[in-house]
Write a protein that binds this ligand. Sequence first.
Ligand code: NAG
Ligand code: NAG
Ligand code: NAG
Ligand code: NAG
Ligand code: NAG
Length: 600
Amino acid sequence: MACIGKWTLLMLITLLCGCSAILGQSEKRKVHIVYMGNSHANPEKATNLHQKVLAKVLSGKEEVSRLMVYSYTASLSGFAAKLSTTEAASISKMPGVVSVFPSSVKKLHTTRSWDFLGLSATSNHGFPTGGSDVIIGVLDTGVWPESESFSDKYLPDPIPSRWKGTCVSGDSFNSSNCNRKLIGAKMFPNGYEKGFGPITGSGEYRSPRDAAGHGSHTASTAGGSSVSHASLFGLAEGTARGGTPTARIAAYKVCWFDACTDADILAAFDEAVADGVDLISFSIGGSGQDYFSDATAIGAFHAVQNGVFVSSSAGNSGPKLATVTNAAPWLTTVAASSIDRKFTSSILLGNNLSYKGNAVNTIALSHPWYPLVSGEAIRNPSSPFADKAKYCYNGSLNSDKVKNNLVVCYGGLGGADATVLAAGGAGVILVDTFEFTSSIPSSVVGNADAEHILEYINSTRSPVANILPSITTVDDSLVPQTAIFSSRGPNVITPDILKPDITAPGIDILAAWPPVSSISGGRTDNRSSSFNIISGTSMSCPHVTGAAAFVKSFHPKWSPAAIKSALMTTGLYHPILWQPLLLMGTKYSMKMEHLAMDQD
Ligand SMILES: *[C@@H]1O[C@H](CO)[C@@H](O)[C@H](O)[C@H]1NC(C)=O
Ligand SMILES: *[C@@H]1O[C@H](CO)[C@@H](O)[C@H](O)[C@H]1NC(C)=O
Ligand SMILES: *[C@@H]1O[C@H](CO)[C@@H](O)[C@H](O)[C@H]1NC(C)=O
Ligand SMILES: *[C@@H]1O[C@H](CO)[C@@H](O)[C@H](O)[C@H]1NC(C)=O
Ligand SMILES: *[C@@H]1O[C@H](CO)[C@@H](O)[C@H](O)[C@H]1NC(C)=O
């Protein structure tokens, strides 16, 4: 026991691996997906077959119902069940089984934007009065049904008779929350609960109701009704609306506490197709996987096979190359880019110089000047995180020196605003490439401005500053530009097919938000708003869904491929301005005013 060196550790690992292989059955079971290809004509027979396949690797019949998570029978055939690695391996060798893979956890990848794309609020673009009967399915965190974006007051027509979906009941939600706008609302909790335990407690509803905000935001971007005077505390004020404001929306909740499991995602794809959606919006992603081991690729394949258009977010892992996800050829993979609207928040220094930062900052400070310090200079030397003080990492700062001060923090680790807020700081000057809605007065500057601000601190006995609330500016000189965070191509699985397919607005997008969800995501930020400004390819994806719904309203018989082609080939392409798009493998930026709409 005296020397636990490399060797013993290695032997221990070998031993452990050996043990679990020998123990076999008692090995911990995890939710796996068994994919068996196209659906059968008879769903009951398909479920029987799934149970038989599962029973072959189990001891008794009783086990089957305990371990089965879902039987997929509508648009594809397959099932999700709790299996050990050994059981999964033996099922994968059975006839009729295409692939078996663990149900991995995926993550969520946020009015002006439609004007920018050439679809003004005042023009009805040839829509017949009443509306479009196009149905958009949104796989996400659910929906906040009371949001004005989901009001049906401008939709006099009854729900299309071909619609087979329903609205399920659960925590603070039942069918009375649905209407002629929100025509479907379902939840898919089985994969999450079999993996992580029951969904209970504050911060989540075990129902289609959205506690997070992401799902209401994406659904209202794709197909929300028009809402005038929408804003985030006055910022970005205007008429908020979806790309096709007369579309119908069906919410499929697949994410719980920010985790979206493959088993739940596949169940939602399968049911959405059976319910009769025309389009699916999917702003969720994981790591790039082989198509046969990716619930998104499989679910979307069968959706597209059934004529359902699927748009998906490319991911927020840019600017590194080969980071694009949701890149199966049949998906319309969406990058994120800027629009002509910016939110700037000025930083005033005591030497009378001022800097223009970017920020979604709606809070005005009450005093003209606050002491200005750099996070690095006020580190807490006894903290294990002292070396991360530059980033104002949680626990790294001497709290006494934060109180009532403005702090300069570098981005990169996240949470700087929360750290400063928790320690009673007045605000944050964040040195970063990108801004998010902050829980505290803040402004984001680049490295060059940061150098000047730090020099001012170093050369001044009592440095002071102020951060002003953001103002909205519109400047169309250099847009659109690809967002720095937007994942880039090429697609590592099929490099021959350029991905992402198209880019759309994904920076600082205003859309519906549940009043129960913090607008900055900060635990200590209790500000409530029915609209929020967020960014990501999660926000650009529903823009393409909304545009595709628009095309589909005029051309109900067009295939998903025809709609995708129409969007891409009518997109803007400029050889110089578009270089950043080309760099990531995309040639096209959505521009709807170029779409020729022949009604037929
Ligand atoms: C739905 O919920 C509302 C409000 O809680 C309640 O008044 C109504 O009776 C419920 N309806 C159904 C069909 O359960
Ligand atoms: C800043 O401007 C004010 C008003 O214009 C002036 O009174 C003050 O002396 C200036 N301060 C510095 C440091 O230049
Ligand atoms: C900082 O970390 C502590 C301990 O992990 C945690 O309890 C606290 O909530 C964190 N604070 C913030 C602002 O994230
Ligand atoms: C400011 O002073 C600190 C500590 O003396 C030093 O590490 C830093 O490089 C200085 N920064 C600037 C921009 O002058
Ligand atoms: C938010 O919290 C602050 C301080 O903790 C409190 O003063 C304020 O009333 C709260 N606001 C809301 C909307 O709950």
